[in-house]
Design a protein around this ligand. Structure first.
Ligand SMILES: [Ca+2]
Ligand SMILES: [Ca+2]
Length: 90
């Protein structure tokens, strides 16, 4: 029973992790909306290893950010720069 749950979670995570390769067109419009909201969230708060980029692992600490991650990652390098992160607001 637990195995089924783990499998389901694994599949869910895999599809999330590969979202970079798939279309995120639907999310593009929501980024436009986010841009109008003042960004008060701290880039440094998410950049745990302080390498100047927010990785997907770091983004996973915030549900809203992890959902928006692939949309915010405009150059699709798998990390959010401070510029890319500036489009995010909780
Ligand atoms: Ca980092
Ligand atoms: Ca990026």
């Amino acid at each position: 029973m637990n195995k089924t749950l783990i499998l389901a979670l694994t599949i869910a995570f895999s599809s999330f992790a590969s979202a970079n390769e798939t279309s995120s067109v639907d999310l593009t419009t929501s980024v436009e909306g986010l841009k109008t909201v003042a960004v008060e969230t701290s880039f440094e708060a998410y950049d745990v290893d302080q390498d100047g980029l927010i990785s997907l692992d770091e983004a996973l600490t915030n549900e809203a950010l992890s959902v928006a991650f692939t949309t915010l990652d405009i150059d699709q390098d798998g990390d959010l720069s401070e510029d890319e992160f500036s489009n995010f607001s909780e």
